[in-house]
Ligand binder design. Structure first.
Ligand code: A2P
Length: 301
C-alpha cells in the first residue's frame, strides 16, 4: 500500500496520519510523541480542536525535524472573511510553534459572520471563492505549502473549482468509514485528481465498537492475522485515501500505523459490505449550528 500520495504541488503526503480531533488536553501531547516514535510523520489538527498548543509543544520536544513532519490545520468558520484568513493561520502557526503548514484546509463550507457565534454569512457560504483566494495568497507567501477543503460535497466542489483557480484544492477531508463510505464522492475525486482524506475512519467514538465487531471485518482480520482496526485502516488506504485514525491510547496508536494490502477478495467483500446498507453519517453539525439547510445534502439551498 502507498506510504505517500503525491499532490499537485509535487509534495508527498503520508497516507496514514494521527488524527487529534477529540484528543483532550493533557493527553494529546503524549499521543503525538507516541505516534512520532511509532513512525507517523503526519499530524492532522485544526484550530477548533483547541489543542494546537499542546501538539506544538510535543513537536518541539520530539527529535524529529519539522521538515520531516506533515502538519495540517484548518480554518474555522468564523474566519472566512478574506482579511481574517491570514490572522487565523498566524494564530495556528504560533500555537503549533512553526512558520509554515504543509496543508491548510477550509474546515467547513459554512461561513459564520465575523466574531459571531454561529450566525450564518450566507454570501461566503454560497460562494467560498473569496476565502479560497485568501488561501491562495498564503501559498504565494510561503506560509502554507498546500491548500484544500473539508466537508465539501460534489456540487460545492464543482462550484468552487468552476472559478479560474490559481491553485485547485489538493484534498477534500470528509467522513469516510464503514457506515458512510461515499463511493460516488470517491469516484468523482479520483476523476478530478482530488485526494480524499478519511476522518472518523473507524466510525469515531460513537461507532468504533460496532465497526470493529462487524462479522465481515472480524473474519478478514482472523484470516490475515491482523486486528479489525488494521483491516479498516488498510481498506481506506487501499481505496486511495489518506486515513486519519484518532487515538490517545499508545498501543492503539502503534497498531493503527501498521497497514497491509488486503487480498482482492477481502477488499471487495469489505467494499460490498460497507455499501450494502443505506449510508449513515456519524458527523453532521447542521442542526447544532441551526443551519437552514443540511451541509452535506443541500446546495444550492
Ligand atoms: P482512544 O482515543 O481512546 O484510543 P476515529 O478515528 O474513527 O475517529 O475513531 C476514534 C475512536 O476509536 C476513539 O474512541 C479511539 O479511542 C478509538 N480507537 C482508535 N484506534 C482504535 C483501535 N485500534 N482499537 C479500538 N479502538 C480504537
Amino acid at each position: 500500500l502507498p506510504s505517500h500520495y503525491t499532490l499537485p504541488s509535487g509534495d508527498k503526503i503520508p497516507s496514514v496520519a494521527l488524527g487529534v480531533w477529540q484528543a483532550g488536553k493533557g493527553e494529546v501531547g503524549q499521543a503525538v510523541k507516541v505516534a512520532l516514535d511509532a513512525g507517523y510523520r503526519h499530524i492532522d489538527g485544526a484550530w477548533i480542536y483547541r489543542n494546537e498548543e499542546e501538539v506544538g509543544q510535543a513537536l518541539k520536544e520530539s527529535s524529529v525535524p519539522r521538515e520531516e513532519i506533515w502538519l495540517t490545520s484548518k480554518l474555522w468558520n468564523t474566519f472566512h472573511a478574506p482579511e481574517d484568513v491570514e490572522p487565523a493561520l498566524d494564530e495556528s502557526l504560533a500555537k503549533l510553534g512553526t512558520d509554515y503548514l504543509d496543508l491548510y484546509i477550509i474546515h467547513w463550507p459554512v461561513a459564520f459572520k465575523k466574531g459571531s457565534n454561529n450566525e450564518l454569512d450566507e454570501q461566503l457560504t454560497a460562494d467560498p471563492y473569496p476565502t479560497w483566494q485568501a488561501l491562495e495568497a498564503l501559498v504565494d507567501k510561503g506560509k502554507v505549502k498546500n491548500i484544500g477543503v473539508s466537508n465539501f460535497n460534489i456540487p460545492r466542489l464543482a462550484n468552487l473549482t468552476a472559478n479560474n483557480l490559481k491553485y485547485r484544492p489538493a484534498v477534500n477531508q470528509v467522513e469516510l468509514n464503514f457506515w458512510n463510505p461515499q463511493p460516488d464522492l470517491l469516484k468523482w475525486a479520483k476523476e478530478h485528481n482530488l485526494l480524499l482524506e478519511a476522518y472518523s475512519p473507524l466510525g469515531s467514538n460513537k461507532q468504533v465498537k460496532e465497526t470493529l465487531e462487524r462479522p465481515e471485518i472480524q473474519q478478514i482480520a482472523k484470516d490475515l492475522g491482523i486486528t479489525p482496526a488494521q483491516v479498516i485502516i488498510s481498506w481506506h488506504v487501499q481505496r486511495g485515501t489518506v486515513v486519519l485514525p484518532k487515538s490517545v491510547t499508545p498501543s492503539r496508536i502503534q497498531e493503527n500505523f501498521k497497514v497491509t494490502a488486503l487480498p482482492d477478495d477481502a477488499f471487495a467483500k469489505l467494499e460490498a459490505a460497507a455499501t450494502a446498507h443505506p449510508p449513515q453519517r456519524v458527523v453532521n453539525p447542521s442542526k447544532n449550528w441551526g443551519l437552514p439547510f443540511d451541509v452535506f445534502e443541500d446546495y444550492p439551498y
